[in-house]
Design a binder for this molecule. Structure first.
Ligand SMILES: C[S@@+](CC[C@H](N)C(=O)[O-])C[C@H]1O[C@@H](n2cnc3c(N)ncnc32)[C@H](O)[C@@H]1O
Length: 277
C-alpha cells in the first residue's frame, strides 16, 4: 500500500441521493477491501460494552457484506441484519449459507422506513442494540437543506431500541478533513490503496465530501467515488442527542479508544444509551 495521499480541493456539487452500493462494482470492491483485521481491533471494545449492558439481540442496520454481523454471531449474539443494497446483501446471504448460520436473519431495509421494514418480517420487536457502523450513516445526504432525512433515520433507530438499548453509530473525522487533514488509506475499517478527498460546497458552505478511492486490482487501477455528508463532531453529537430527546447517555470513542488517546482519529464512534423511562 502506498502512503495516504490527499488532494483537498473545494468545489460546488449537484446533490446525489442514490445508494452507491447498488452498483455491482462498488459492492464487490467494498466487500473485498474490508480490512479483516478490524475485527481483532474492535471486537473486545464492542462486545465488552454489549455484555456490560446485558445486550443479546442486535440489529446490524448497515450490515453490508455482513462482517460485523458475523463477528457478533461468532460471539454468541442473536443478530438481525438489514441493508438497503441488495448487491451488498447478496454477499451476506452467501456467507450465511456457507457458514450455516441458520438463525441469522437478513432482510432488505432502509433507515428511512426502518420500523415498518422490520415490522414486515419481525412484528413488534425492539432491539438491545443497533449498529450503524463502518462509515455508513454519512451516506444519508441532505436534499432538503435541513438534515430532515438524517433526523428521521436517527429517530427510527431510537424507535427500534428497547428502553436502555444502545445505538452504535460512527462517522469519519470530517473536522480534520475540513481543516486540511489527509484521509488515511488504512483505517479501523478499510484498507485502500489511496483515497483523495474533495470538500464540496453548498451555497458557499462545506456540506459534503467526495472520497475518490483507488484500488489496485490484477486488471489495473480501479477508481470509484462516494459522496458523504460532512458531519462535524459537535453538530452530529447534538443531532444524535436530540433524536433521543436529550435523555440518552452519550459516550464518544475515537477509533474505538477513549477520546484523547488517539491524536488524530480516523473515525468517531458514538454510543447512546436510550433512557429507561
Ligand atoms: C460503507 S458500507 C458499510 C457496511 C458494513 N457496516 C461494514 O462495515 O462493512 C455502508 C452500507 O450502508 C448501506 N446504506 C446506506 N444508506 C442506507 C440506508 N438509507 N438504509 C440502509 N442501508 C443503507 C449501504 O448499502 C452499505 O452497505
Amino acid at each position: 500500500m502506498s502512503a495516504a495521499q490527499d488532494d483537498q480541493q473545494q468545489s460546488e456539487e449537484p446533490h446525489s441521493n442514490g445508494n452507491p452500493y447498488s452498483d455491482d462494482n462498488v459492492a464487490r470492491i467494498c466487500g473485498s477491501y474490508i480490512d479483516i483485521r478490524r475485527i481483532k481491533y474492535y471486537k473486545d471494545t464492542l462486545t465488552g460494552i454489549l455484555r456490560k449492558h446485558g445486550c443479546n439481540r442486535i440489529l446490524d442496520a448497515a450490515c453490508g457484506t455482513g462482517i460485523d454481523s458475523m463477528m457478533l454471531i461468532e460471539e454468541g449474539f442473536k443478530v438481525v441484519s438489514v441493508d438497503d443494497s441488495e448487491k451488498m446483501l447478496k454477499y451476506a446471504l452467501r456467507a450465511r449459507e456457507e457458514k450455516k448460520y441458520d438463525e441469522w436473519i437478513i432482510e432488505k431495509g432502509n433507515w428511512e422506513s426502518l420500523p415498518s421494514d422490520l415490522e414486515a418480517f419481525l412484528p413488534e420487536i425492539q432491539f438491545d442494540a443497533i449498529f450503524c457502523l463502518g462509515n455508513s450513516f454519512a451516506h444519508v445526504l441532505d436534499e432538503h437543506g435541513d438534515q430532515r432525512t438524517q433526523k428521521l433515520c436517527l429517530k427510527n433507530f431510537n424507535k427500534c431500541l428497547k428502553p436502555g438499548g444502545l445505538l452504535f453509530i460512527d462517522h469519519r473525522n470530517f473536522d480534520d478533513i475540513l481543516n486540511g487533514g489527509s484521509v488515511p488509506n488504512h483505517s479501523i475499517y478499510y484498507d485502500w490503496h489511496q483515497i483523495k478527498s474533495t470538500v464540496m460546497l453548498d451555497s458557499g458552505k462545506p456540506k459534503t465530501v467526495t472520497l475518490q478511492y483507488y484500488v489496485q486490482e490484477n486488471t489495473g487501477m480501479i477508481e470509484f467515488s462516494l459522496s458523504l455528508y460532512l458531519h462535524k463532531l459537535e453538530n452530529f453529537t447534538k443531532m444524535l442527542d436530540e433524536a433521543f430527546d436529550n435523555r440518552a447517555k452519550h459516550d464518544i470513542y475515537a477509533d474505538f479508544k477513549p477520546m484523547g488517546q488517539v491524536p488524530v482519529p480516523g473515525f468517531y464512534i458514538h454510543v447512546l444509551e436510550k433512557s429507561k423511562e
